[in-house]
Design a protein around this ligand. Structure first.
Ligand SMILES: *Cc1c(COP(=O)(O)O)cnc(C)c1O
Length: 450
């Protein structure tokens, strides 16, 4: 059945897909078609069952089809699916986001992470009245024109577009340097600091495999941006509500000027958000002169899914206002306390993922397959290399062929890992000890045959 659908899909969609990585180009073979998903498991149209470590690329931190999220979406849908005028769900989700992210004074919801980053860049340019931006090699910020740019290797260079169709005149305004490179960072600020509108960074890069910031790197960036009047944008579309409720900025104790969010805050529906210092945000229309809009922005179904997800994560526990009764409870004026403590849930995710990563590492060692595992909280990446991975160039040096074999070996055994060495794995609260144990056992078999 999947095979047949895949054939037909090619006649409708470019390369058979509506988003490129789904085509399995990074590992070869053909993708499967999902029929349904529940908890940590997926079922394809041929009734094959998989333990899912992709989690829709990040949003599904509670697992698939969480009953509270499904209920919240159904309840919202019954009241109407889109209004195009303010609705109270927007306020509740904003409260939850702001409770977790103290750096966000004002927020705007969008329908995707791409819109959030693209709009944050425009806003930073409007606020600073400067045009240039800086990003880091291997950081993905959605597919806005200014952000589809990486440098060639070796220090700061003018941007060369990564994609056809991006005008070189625009790409030249995007500088890129390697992540974790203190020297390149100092140097670009020395030469360009006064002309940069913004620096955008994934504080925990998770779109080129996974690597972590070296001690002091984000601090240095905060210091330099402050000195030069540059807007610091943390792209926490993945890390927000994933590594901690308050994202990477909570873990590293750094306050960016703007933050972009997505994925988890939509609970599996299309949502993005950007927010931060009120002084900057107020430059947006209708108060200011930076235009940004969206027909479905603040969509009630998407807001409801986000509210249910964040509430299940224990976010806003200290607020003690409407609680996890959602809008219904608010309307009935019956405040309820969320039942979960966020910290405890994130600790549980961390412990479970550590068990998985350690198990995979030991299985690889036993089979004498060199792997390097990077992990933070419930994000993990198994690199096929014996060298530590601290930036994009390191990640690119991994054995992608071996990763592809690992991927297919796991998939055959019913474990769906990301179909590319440059994507990460996600563990959800629905992954059980039994899931983890079975995964480690299967990995052992696969490593033995690599
Ligand atoms: C996924 C992602 C985006 C883009 O979000 P979309 O909803 O896919 O447009 C932006 N930044 C980061 C860090 C992401 O992981």
């Amino acid at each position: 059945m999947s095979e047949k659908l895949w054939k037909e899909a090619q006649t409708h969609f470019v390369g058979g897909v509506n988003s490129p990585v789904r085509a399995f180009k990074g590992v070869g073979g053909e993708p499967f078609f999902v029929q349904r998903a529940r908890g940590s498991h997926l079922w394809d149209v041929d009734a094959n069952e998989y333990v899912d470590y992709v989690g829709s690329w990040g949003p599904m931190i509670l697992g698939h089809a969480h009953p509270r999220v499904v209920q919240a979406v159904m309840d919202a849908a019954r009241e109407g699916t889109s209004f195009g005028i303010p609705n109270p769900h927007e306020i509740r989700l904003a409260q939850l986001v702001k409770a977790a992210f103290p750096s966000i004074e004002k927020v705007r919801f969008t329908s995707s992470g791409t819109e959030a980053t693209m709009s944050a860049i425009r806003l930073a340019r409007g606020f600073t009245k400067r045009d240039k931006i800086l990003k880091f090699d291997g950081c993905y910020h959605g597919h806005g024109d200014s952000l589809l740019v990486k440098a060639g290797s070796g220090g700061a260079t003018f941007g060369v577009p990564d994609s056809a169709g991006v005008p070189s005149a625009l790409a030249q305004l995007t500088h890129t340097i390697p992540f974790n490179d203190f020297v390149a960072l100092e140097s670009i600020f020395k030469s360009q600091g006064k002309e940069l509108a913004a620096v955008i960074i994934e504080p925990i890069p998770a779109n080129a495999g996974l690597f972590l910031p070296k001690t002091g790197f984000l601090e240095k960036l905060r210091e330099l941006t402050q000195q030069h009047g540059v807007v610091l944008i943390f792209d926490e579309v993945i890390s927000g509500f994933r590594v901690a409720a308050g994202g990477a900025q909570e873990i590293y104790g750094i306050k960016p000027d703007l933050t972009t969010l997505g994925k988890i805050i939509g609970g599996g529906l299309p949502v993005g958000a950007f927010g931060g210092r009120a002084e900057i945000m107020d430059c947006l229309a209708p108060l200011g002169s930076v235009y940004q809009a969206g027909t479905l922005s603040g969509n009630p179904l998407a807001m409801a899914a986000g509210i249910a997800t964040l509430t299940e994560l224990g976010v806003g526990g200290r607020m003690g206002e409407w609680g996890n009764g959602g809008m219904g409870a608010m309307e009935r004026g019956r405040p309820r306390e969320p039942k979960q403590d966020a910290k405890a849930l994130y600790n549980k995710l961390d412990a479970r993922t550590e068990k998985l990563a350690t198990g995979i590492g030991e299985a690889a060692k036993k089979a004498k397959i060199p792997v390097m595992q990077n992990r933070i909280g419930s994000i993990f990446c198994t690199f096929f290399t014996d060298k530590p991975i601290a930036n994009y160039d390191d990640a690119k040096s991994c054995d992608k062929g071996r990763y592809a074999k690992f991927f297919h070996g796991m998939l055959e055994r019913g474990f769906y890992f990301a179909p590319s060495q440059f994507e990460v794995g996600f563990v959800s609260l629905a992954h059980t000890e039994a899931d983890i144990a079975a995964t480690i056992e299967a990995a052992g078999e696969v490593f033995a045959n690599l």
